[in-house]
Write a protein that binds this ligand. Structure first.
Ligand SMILES: [Fe+2]
Length: 197
């Protein structure tokens, strides 16, 4: 199987000034692409030659795991953004957030803390547990909560390559602006889809 870079649903300038065209050109056009190319180079002759990304995330180790997870994680991350999305949750995901965290603001605070305090490179995640309830997790490096039996609903990439061009060392400023780019229609649909499984 040959994997391809999923195109962005928006233009390179459309998320500015929160994420600049230069950030997207590097993050999507170089880093994300490199994970796709690395994975395609690693797969021939491996036990995962015809496997899905999800299978590789659950079962693979080393380079195949790292690159498969980074391909999946970045596609998931970039698909959450919209220049004119719904900036607050509604429907079932909003009810689940209120049930777990008390309010959207309290949830934002908890997720921001997880993203801010993750040491080194990695990802903060909002996930659905098998009982349908939400949980926030931190994953180092290429980590993905599918491996722990959780269903990802939203993520924030806190690798330096996600923000260094625009924010330098100020990860908290990047995370603050991250909320201005989310499309809760996409996140709500993911949660509804996860509940059906
Ligand atoms: Fe990234």
């Amino acid at each position: 199987m040959k994997f391809e870079l999923t195109p962005l649903k928006y233009g390179a300038d459309d998320l500015a000034p929160m994420l600049s065209a230069e950030t997207l050109e590097f993050h999507h056009g170089k880093h994300h692409l490199a994970y796709v190319n690395n994975l395609n180079n690693l797969l021939p002759g491996s036990p995962f030659e015809d496997a899905s990304l999800e299978t590789m995330i659950r079962k693979a180790e080393g380079g195949i795991f790292n690159n498969a997870a980074q391909v999946w994680n970045h596609t998931f991350y970039f698909a959450t953004f919209s220049p004119s999305g719904k900036r607050v949750p509604s429907g079932t995901v909003a009810k689940a957030i209120d049930a777990e965290y008390g309010s959207f603001d309290a949830f934002k605070e908890a997720f921001t803390k997880a993203a801010s305090t993750l040491f080194g490179s990695g990802w903060a995640w909002l996930c659905m547990k098998p009982d349908g309830r939400l949980t926030i997790t931190q994953e180092q490096n290429a980590g993905n909560p599918l491996r722990a039996g959780l269903v990802p609903v939203m993520t924030c990439d806190v690798w330096e390559h996600a923000y260094y061009i625009d924010y330098r060392n100020k990860r908290p400023d990047y995370i603050k602006n991250f909320w201005e780019l989310l499309d809760w229609k996409v996140i709500g649909e993911r949660y509804d889809e996860a509940l059906k499984k």
